[in-house]
Design a protein around this ligand. Structure first.
Ligand code: C5P
Length: 300
């Protein structure tokens, strides 16, 4: 078996409503989620011993394999899948995993969760495990609340703590710019700073077809984590203002931040905004991208 590639697209929470809290402290949410057609890239090769290497703009922020084995979700996903397979008597030989880390870490666009989901997909293919042999969504949830949605990888509404997934048909593709001030944000800190834990659920009008109607409907929704995250990271308000100043029709924070997205009328406008924003703040992260509209794979 030769090398296998998988991409790990950025996860965009177009809206995120926090509707309650579970007894274990996890928050119940309702989130409208889509994915970009670009992101991190992973490759999986047969090897004589397990290995992990990393390259790319944000390689320096990725915990290495030796780091208590704990923080690296790629290594964790590989090891967890292997132990489940061992229980089922299935072989999981050594694998070298390379991660090209293009997405900023701890940034609200699911980088680590997307990498974990891509690892599950990639090693399943490398080890030629039949799809039904493992309950991947359950395994994904053990890796993190956002990993099941990243495993799905298509437009969806997530409920529960993120694991109850309803596919969303008809969501158009959006040209957007992702913007991040390169300040890592701790998700637990943001949830802790959230004042109201029981907000109105997410509701969408029944008949949405045109992109403009979708954007208007999404505009009526919220990210309940934006206010608490903005209190922790002042740059979130600054970066939102920069996106709006470039003519974005909708600006919002994704996940627990700090990445914000601006939706633009087309890819050319998004590219122009990316260039303008980079000239204003060359030290920050600005990435023009396009979200997927259906079960379309990102480019590996
Ligand atoms: O599951 P994950 O490791 O991604 O979650 C990180 C932290 O974010 C959790 O320990 C919890 O504090 C918080 N969280 C939450 N409610 C969610 C998802 C995450 O409170 N639905």
């Amino acid at each position: 078996m030769s090398m296998i590639s998988e991409c790990a697209p950025a996860k965009i929470n177009l809206a995120l409503h926090v509707t309650g809290r579970r007894a274990d402290g996890y928050h119940l949410l309702e989130s409208l989620v889509t994915f970009t057609d670009t992101g991190d890239q992973l490759s999986f090769s047969p090897a004589s011993t397990d290995g992990f290497s990393v390259s790319g703009r944000f390689a320096g922020n990725v915990p290495r394999e030796g780091n208590a084995g704990g923080d690296n979700l790629v290594v964790k996903a590989r090891d967890m899948l292997r132990s489940v397979l061992a229980g089922a008597g299935l072989a999981a030989p050594p694998v070298h995993i390379h991660l090209e880390k293009n997405l900023p870490v701890a940034s609200g666009i699911g980088g680590g969760s997307a990498d974990a989901a891509a690892t599950l997909r990639g090693v399943m293919r490398l080890w030629e495990i039949p799809a039904g042999a493992v309950d991947l969504p359950t395994l994904a949830l053990r890796l993190g609340a956002d990993v099941p949605m990243c495993l799905a990888g298509t437009p969806l509404i997530a409920r529960g703590i993120g694991e109850a997934i309803e596919p969303l048909r008809g969501l158009p593709s959006f040209a957007m710019v992702l913007a991040n001030p390169l300040q890592p944000v701790s998700t637990p800190d943001v949830f802790q700073a959230l004042e109201s834990k029981a907000n109105a659920p997410l509701s969408l009008p029944g008949e949405l077809i045109e992109a403009a109607a979708w954007i208007a409907a999404i505009g009526n929704l919220r990210n309940d984590l934006e206010a608490p995250a903005s209190r922790l990271v002042a740059e979130i308000a600054v970066i939102s203002g920069l996106l709006a100043g470039q003519g974005a029709t909708l600006v919002r924070m994704s996940g627990s931040g700090a990445t914000c997205f601006g939706i633009f009328s087309d890819s050319a406008q998004a590219k122009a905004a990316e260039a303008a924003l980079l000239s204003i703040r060359p030290d920050w992260y600005f990435q023009a991208t396009t979200t997927i509209s259906g079960a379309q794979a990102c480019r590996a």
